[in-house]
Design a binder for this molecule. Structure first.
Ligand SMILES: NC(=O)c1ccc[n+]([C@@H]2O[C@H](COP(=O)([O-])OP(=O)(O)OC[C@H]3O[C@@H](n4cnc5c(N)ncnc54)[C@H](O)[C@@H]3O)[C@@H](O)[C@H]2O)c1
Ligand SMILES: [Zn+2]
Length: 380
């Protein structure tokens, strides 16, 4: 019998791509998703690329929320494994929708685990999507103090355009290192904290119930299917929508802030490797490209790909809760899952842009989100 896999949040970007791959591999796939309007628009049947992908596939779709016990129970019925991706995902937004982010991300996961702890089920594996956001600023090296984990940057420094992280012991300058899984939990946003709670809950309860569990700490995932209308997350989409509207790209800080951009197919392959092998059971594993790319470079490359004349403005603005840099140490992913990213940033970006070129141009709502954050003192 083919294994039955439940994917919560499976109508979204990462989940729909995993679903398609699992179906190709012969698995039965069920999706539990609330079709959040922020991601899928008001009319998901017409507006959402990823939901339409699911509708035209052999996946079984259940519209429901992870905050509803009955929806979880219906979805879990008869399943062998669960990939829990459903979440609110905006780092900035999480700083003023604190209850909502906890309700969906923390309580949504708690209900899943409550059901597994208290009711009959066949679940033999739980995968939960964690995030690099749990590390906050991540790992650095100080010439005097060795490996250090800087605190969130202070506003007085940011206001002076002094954006780099400091040694938490001597306040001296530090060198960026790849962040490994042993690094400290230091989330700088409610989103990051909710991801930390999610992964720890899943690993603690998974261990207690003898259900092999894995938390994947994804870096910045990009690629075809990423929401082009959600202005709260996904820097490549946000910039693409700005460029396609011929609006200037506003880059925060000095543009030298960097992220680890990992192509969706690599994330799909890494996650499925975890599903099928038992080598990573009960572990937290980084999934990324293992390389840092700065935001100004991202903007320039996108502008080139779209042949756009739009301006790239480095504004010096900053958001409370944003980190400066982060990239993944992939040693454990390689060791346990033989995970090696297959796509360079240039290759992945080109595939992403080819896909964007085929999509309808979305309204650029980014200015509204800046205004929203500004009114709450979270954007300076
Ligand atoms: N994309 C990234 O760069 C990235 C990085 C790190 C971690 N993650 C994590 O990976 C997971 C998937 O992210 P994604 O990029 O595919 O996001 P996405 O927004 O495209 O997908 C999330 C899905 O969850 C659904 N959802 C939201 N609230 C729900 C609820 N209450 N009940 C049921 N479904 C609900 C949404 O409708 C959406 O389809 C999330 O847990 C996210 O935190 C993503
Ligand atoms: Zn120091």
């Amino acid at each position: 019998m083919n294994k039955k896999i439940l994917i919560s949040g499976g109508a979204g970007f990462i989940g729909s791509n995993i679903a398609v791959k699992l179906l190709q591999m012969g698995f039965e796939v069920t999706i539990l998703d609330s079709l959040s309007p922020q991601i899928h628009g008001k009319d998901p049947y017409n507006d959402s690329f990823t939901f339409k992908t699911i509708l035209s596939s052999d996946a079984h779709f259940i519209k429901g929320s992870v905050t509803n016990r009955d929806d979880w129970k219906t979805a879990l019925n008869g399943q062998d494994m669960v990939i829990h991706l459903a979440a609110e995902t905006g780092t900035g937004q999480s700083m003023y929708q604190i209850e909502k982010y906890n309700e969906v991300n923390v309580i949504g996961t708690a209900i899943l685990l409550d059901i597994l702890a208290n009711e009959p089920h066949n679940i033999q594996k739980i995968i939960v999507a964690s995030s690099r956001a749990i590390y906050g600023e991540g790992k650095y090296k100080c010439a005097l103090h060795g490996h250090v984990y800087p605190e969130a940057r202070v506003e007085a420094d940011l206001a002076k355009k002094d954006f780099e992280c400091k040694c938490p012991i001597c306040s001296g300058s530090v060198t960026l290192m790849p962040t490994d899984e042993q690094s400290l939990y230091k989330p700088t946003s409610i989103y990051g904290l909710s991801k930390q709670t999610q992964e720890q809950m899943v690993l603690i309860v998974g261990k207690a119930l003898n259900i092999p569990s894995i938390a994947f700490r994804y870096q910045n995932v990009y690629g075809p299917g990423q929401s082009l209308s959600n202005p709260y997350t996904g820097i490549l989409s946000i910039f693409s929508t700005q460029l396609k509207n011929n609006n200037p790209i506003n880059i925060f800080e000095d543009g030298k802030e960097s992220r680890d951009f990992v192509f969706i197919d690599d994330v799909v392959n890494g996650t499925i490797a975890g599903l099928l092998s038992n080598e990573a059971d009960y572990k937290t594993i980084n999934i990324g490209s293992g390389e840092a790319t700065d935001v100004f470079t991202v903007a320039k490359q996108l502008k080139k790909q779209y042949n756009s004349d739009a301006d790239i403005k480095i504004t010096g603005n900053y958001r409370v809760g944003d980190i400066r840099h982060n990239y993944a140490d992939l040693t454990l992913a390689k060791k346990h899952l033989n995970f090696v990213p297959q796509y360079s940033f240039t290759e992945g970006l080109s595939l992403f842009c080819q896909w964007v070129n085929l999509q309808e141009i979305q309204n650029d709502k980014s200015q509204n989100t800046f205004a929203e954050m500004k009114s709450k003192g979270l954007f300076k």
